[in-house]
Design a binder for this molecule. Structure first.
Ligand code: NDP
Ligand code: MG
Length: 375
């Protein structure tokens, strides 16, 4: 049996993973669960799965005996000897140290928590090299690319084409975007996800994070990574090869498929929970260019990725801080990309060689956004 730690088990990806594991219980055992503050759901999950370890980030009373509380619980769960796969489905930079710890211990990290890879791509790769661990992406686009690219040398790849649903504002005018509300931004047309990534999908900051994620995971230069809007979310991404052939990975828009693949890669296992793909039901499939001028976060992310150093971490931290302010009703929707622009200009060139330096760049970017944008 393969032991799985689910970090962020109470979230959208965490609960999806537990649904998948329910059907794969003959191969996988839930060895550890962690959440931030949702004690009620975590207790239900702990009762159902009986993991050897339960961690809650938020300190305080009122939790069952035997749970460990405090932010160190993520790393603790990730390092356990009875854990072979760490599914990191924490939201935001808070997941970084657990990813590094798991890789240092030679474990597979099934990574949904893309922010950590964007923040610390080089450190993450160094940790994997030192410890023998590996990252397998959960993100549907990167799972698609992995499936298309596996076994082929990078020299055969002409281009990666990431698909984007376009989010709830795909057809909104610039003037409408300026007055978009939180309720508008949280109405995602195809995916049911946590609030932070739902807002990221509306600004296209999510796609910016994914372009950087693809560059780090697959070693493809930014000039060879394109994004196309595909509102149906059925083509999960494509790889164009040097001979002009294009491979796409296609499937129903459910995260259950990439979550399971991240556990089993490169193998495939039977999953009776996913109904057969019906291309007729899925049609028509359409594609549109991205409106880069109206969704500036995408170009900002690409710029940060190409600049390298601390810039991706600053992009991510500024976005996290701005989204938090937007979720609290303190800034307007289009201030999110403005806050990112401003933070990149102010601290994008900060030192980035160590974990401590990256943490400082992250903190400075957050402070900058709060100071200049919170009203
Ligand atoms: P949710 O907000 O639904 O869940 C987040 C999980 O992380 C919860 O279990 C939450 O605990 C926990 N958590 C929140 N803050 C912290 C913290 N500071 N420290 C430790 N744990 C924390 O998010 P999603 O599941 O939607 O997304 C998770 C990650 O997966 C994100 O990085 C996202 O970008 C990525 N992703 C998500 C997809 C999706 O379909 N949802 C698709 C592709 C990628 P609690 O419930 O107690 O607050
Ligand atoms: Mg994605």
């Amino acid at each position: 049996m393969i032991g799985v730690a689910i970090l962020g088990s109470t979230g959208s990806i965490g609960t999806t993973a537990l649904r998948v594991l329910e059907r794969q219980h003959t191969r996988y055992r839930v060895a550890a669960l962690t959440a931030h503050s949702n004690k009620v759901l975590l207790a239900e999950q702990a009762t159902r799965w009986q993991p050897g370890y339960v961690g809650l980030v938020q300190d305080g009373s009122g939790h069952p005996a035997g749970w460990e509380t405090g932010p160190q619980c993520l790393v603790r769960a990730a390092q356990r000897d009875d854990v072979q796969v760490v599914l990191n489905s924490v939201v935001g930079a808070a997941g970084l140290d657990a990813t590094l710890a798991a890789l240092e211990r030679g474990k597979r990290v099934a990574l949904a928590n893309k922010e950590t890879l964007v923040m610390a791509g080089a450190l993450t790769q160094a940790a994997a090299k030192r410890g023998g661990g590996e990252i397998v992406p959960v993100d549907s686009e990167h799972s698609a690319i992995l499936q298309c690219i596996s076994g082929r040398p990078r020299s055969e790849v002409r281009r990666l084409i990431l698909t984007a649903s376009g989010g709830p504002f795909r057809s909104w005018t610039r003037a409408q975007l300026e007055s978009a509300t939180l309720a508008d931004a949280l109405k995602h047309p195809t995916w049911n996800m946590g609030r932070k990534i739902t807002v990221d999908s509306a600004t296209l900051a999510n796609k910016a994070l994914e372009v950087i994620e693809a560059h780090i995971l697959f070693g493809i230069p930014y000039e060879q990574i394109d994004v196309v809007v595909h509102p149906q979310s059925v083509v999960h991404s494509m790889v164009e090869f040097v001979d002009g052939s294009v491979l796409a990975q296609v499937g129903q828009p459910t995260m259950e498929i990439p979550v399971l693949y991240a556990l089993t890669h490169p193998e495939r296992v039977v999953d009776h929970g996913i109904s057969s793909f019906d291309p007729v039901k899925m049609s028509p499939l359409t594609f549109e260019p991205v409106r880069l001028d109206d969704f500036p976060a995408l170009a900002l992310g690409r710029e940060a990725g190409m600049a390298g150093g601390a810039a991706p971490a600053v992009f991510n931290a500024a976005n996290e801080a701005a989204v938090a302010l937007f979720l609290d009703g303190k800034i307007r929707f289009m201030e999110i990309p403005r806050a990112i622009r401003s933070a990149l200009d102010a601290v994008g060139g900060a030192p980035s060689e160590t974990r401590v330096a990256l943490g400082e760049a992250d903190a400075r970017a957050r402070a900058h956004v709060r100071e200049h944008f919170a009203c």
